[in-house]
Write a protein that binds this ligand. Structure first.
Ligand code: MLT
Length: 213
């Protein structure tokens, strides 16, 4: 691998029928954080889990921010493309299909950016507590046949102090307008994940055929 290398964990599939997952942790997490969640959501899937390359006071993230919920959007664009290159290289190295992203918080935000900027990288996505990653995604980027029909599960927390309800609704609308099949649910939760997230994500991934997307 070249410049696009990320420190990461890879666990091969134990069930060839399960879609590979790209696990994207939240601020301060690392490549180990979401392995357990990935196994709960889709037992038997190959797991590709990179560590974000931006450090905020020593805490790994996937892109720079100016304040909580205020993003350095040039960095978002650059880092999303880097992550896309990493996934392309990892797919060759490990021989896996396009993955379904499972992202939490900052990891969900970079997954949303990837969907808007390089939709061919992902087969679908589970976005846990995601926000709109780019305030002004170029309209031309949104005319994307590649996002057409792609399944996306967006799970938001009703009492999330970081993601206002209007923001997650806007993200759902943005992805739908770009052609994705978005399932948006608002849970009685805050920013942290709940058991309901795991159950809904597991049921959803069992019901969509990400390979056909
Ligand atoms: C972000 O920076 O991506 C969001 O504020 C979520 C987080 O706290 O990481």
């Amino acid at each position: 691998m070249t410049e696009s290398t990320f420190i990461h964990r890879f666990e091969p599939a134990t069930n060839a029928g399960s879609p590979p997952l790209l696990l994207l942790h939240g601020t301060g997490g690392d490549e180990n954080d979401l392995l357990g969640l990935g196994k709960m959501i889709s037992p038997g899937s190959a797991l590709l889990s990179p560590r974000g390359r931006v450090l905020e006071h020593g805490m790994p993230r996937f892109f720079r921010r100016l304040a909580e919920g205020v993003f350095d959007e040039d960095d978002v664009r650059r880092r999303a493309l880097e992550l896309g290159d990493f996934v392309a290289d990892a797919r060759k190295q490990y021989g896996i299909a396009a993955p379904v992203a499972v992202g939490f918080s900052n990891g969900a935000n970079i997954a949303a950016a990837l969907l808007l900027l390089k939709p061919d990288v992902l087969a679908g996505a589970i976005l846990l507590r995601a926000m709109v990653p780019l305030s002004d995604p170029p309209k031309t980027d949104l005319l994307m046949p590649e996002l057409g029909g792609k399944p996306i599960l967006l799970l938001s927390g009703q009492a999330d102090p970081i993601v206002p309800a209007s923001n997650s609704a806007k993200l759902a609308a943005l992805l739908s307008e770009a052609g994705a099949r978005v399932d948006h649910k608002v849970l009685p939760a805050g920013h942290q994940l709940s058991q309901a997230d795991v159950t809904l994500a597991r049921n959803w991934i069992g019901s969509v055929d990400a390979k056909a997307a």
